[in-house]
Design a protein. Structure first.
Length: 306
């Protein structure tokens, strides 16, 4: 089996590529726009005909799209997260119509959730920002294509290599800078929101199951931790793991998204049924892996910095 992983230098893509290399008989090809990518692909700018030639030459059986942008202006987000999947689907239709496509979406596509009610794949999608909207556009394109395709709608991934653009990676950097100083102060915004955190290794295992699954899969599957966790707990747990001796202050509002989406949790029942998958790592284990791995070196979702 020849598997092309797009965005293989990113946080999710790196873990996914590593997991897939262990599949018996699999040859994993790394694709992206960075100099180290074996298969040069830029979903933000490539034309469908050019990408179709690349896919044909690579002779792939499966494409896993981990490429994406988590930040930046709306144009950048649309180019990578919305245009990219559309071009990829068209290129696959032309060059490798029987190949399986596994595309990584985001729980941000759902928008605000109802407290204590896990969100199933059938729930209305009401993204509150350009990121969620651009990811939703990509999901709709993949889910409505005539390809053998599945979208894994990922919650808030955490673990080794988490980038500094996300809260876990940013707090890790602050804790490393603080060291053992008992007078250190971590000044953060409001941490009262609840999020569904999922270990990046569990995300990679879900991708592996989707790649290897026989027969067609549902068009969209939630991949999350299965529970809503206070963001405050994540920060304090990470501080305990780091041996932080200072204090944490919450000053003012948190991120705009935290104010608009105060509670989020994905219903992962469908992924359990379709992929025989469930999360295997606790949040504490994910945070321990993040801390012990050292400073993050990968970009968030793909090979495009946010």
């Amino acid at each position: 089996m020849r598997i092309l992983v797009l965005g293989s230098t990113g946080f999710l893509g790196g873990h996914v590529a590593e997991r897939l290399r262990a599949l018996p008989g699999a040859r994993v090809l790394e694709g992206g726009r960075s100099a180290g990518a074996g298969v040069p692909v830029d979903l933000a700018t490539d034309r469908a005909d050019r990408l179709a030639r690349v896919l044909a030459e690579a002779d792939v059986d499966t494409v896993v799209n981990c490429a994406g942008a988590t930040g930046g202006d709306p144009v950048t987000l649309a180019e990578v997260n919305a245009r990219g999947p559309a071009v990829l689907c068209e290129a696959l239709r032309r060059a490798r119509p029987s190949a399986r496509l596994v595309h990584l979406g985001s729980a941000a596509e759902y928008g605000p959730g109802t407290e204590r009610v896990p969100v199933p794949e059938s729930a209305p999608t009401r993204p509150v920002n350009a990121y969620g909207a651009s990811k939703l556009a990509g999901t709709v394109t993949v889910a409505t294509s005539e390809l053998d395709a599945v979208v894994l709608r990922v919650g808030n991934p955490v673990g080794s290599g988490a980038p500094p653009t996300g809260l876990p990676g940013r707090v890790t950097g602050l804790l490393r800078a603080a060291g053992a100083d008992p007078d250190a102060v971590l000044r953060l915004g409001d941490l009262s929101a609840y999020r569904d955190f999922v270990d990046v290794r569990d995300v990679a295992r879900a991708v592996e199951r989707a790649v290897a699954a026989a027969g067609p899969l549902p068009s969209v599957l939630n991949v999350g931790g299965g529970g809503a966790v206070p963001v405050r707990r994540l920060v304090r747990t990470l501080a305990d793991i780091a041996g932080f001796r200072g204090r944490i202050e919450e000053q003012g509002a948190g991120s705009a998204r935290s104010g608009q989406v105060s509670w989020q949790c994905s219903d992962i029942t469908a992924a359990r049924a379709a992929l025989a998958w469930r999360p295997s790592y606790s949040l504490d284990e994910s945070l321990a892996a993040l801390w012990s791995a050292g400073a993050p070196s990968r970009t968030p979702e793909g090979d495009r910095p946010s």
